[in-house]
Design a protein around this ligand. Structure first.
Ligand code: URA
Length: 187
């Protein structure tokens, strides 16, 4: 499988799906490669495509804020990745074949980082990792066993930005759930 750095080098030259043609950069992942907490988002937006880093736009600012306020961590203390590593044009949803092409990278990241807690952000990451077609609204609100640890689904921060105080309050509750699992105090 190699190291995260080796995988990142492989991903940077990836042409497994059509997203390769439209990208500025592959947005592989960022943070502490041995973190206890890992986030999985959907895919890079415009700002991430330009910066080469996940969640640097408005959604990322909300993610950073909730991470700091509810879990007491900075982004450098966790690992952040996406379901697809290249920006879907016009921020459209990633297609099933694009998700499948990119899956080995995400699986390898999960294996190498081996976090105790994974927070999935939104429908795409949650459905993929829990292998379900159920929606995030029904899936969130509890933790699931995952790869010997826990998976805590929550809304995508973009939904928090759109949905206002109620959605953000639910996200905060999910982050608190994740924190309890991180410190070994089950929610
Ligand atoms: N939305 C995502 O799902 N991932 C990012 O990296 C940025 C926005």
């Amino acid at each position: 499988m190699g190291t995260l750095a080796e995988l990142q080098t492989t991903a940077a030259a990836c042409t497994r799906c059509a997203l390769a043609t439209g990208r500025t950069q592959v947005v592989f992942g960022v943070g502490d490669g041995s973190a206890s907490l890992m986030f999985v988002g959907e895919g890079p937006g415009r700002e991430e495509d330009l910066a080469g880093e996940p969640f640097v736009g408005r959604s990322g600012k909300l993610l950073d804020k909730l991470l700091h306020q509810e879990i007491g961590l900075e982004r450098s203390q966790c690992y952040i990745a996406n379901v697809v590593k290249c920006r879907p044009p016009g921020n459209r949803d990633p297609l099933p074949d694009e998700i499948a092409s990119c899956r080995p990278f995400l699986d390898a990241q999960l294996e190498l980082v081996s976090p105790g807690v994974v927070i999935t952000l939104g429908n795409f990451a949650t459905r993929l990792l829990l292998d379900t077609t159920e929606g995030i609204r029904r899936l969130r609100g509890r933790a699931y066993p995952f790869r010997g640890g826990h998976l805590v689904p929550t809304y995508h921060p973009a939904a928090g930005l759109r949905g206002g105080a109620e959605v953000v309050a639910e996200m905060r509750a999910d982050f608190v759930r994740a924190k309890r699992l991180l410190v070994g105090d089950p929610p």
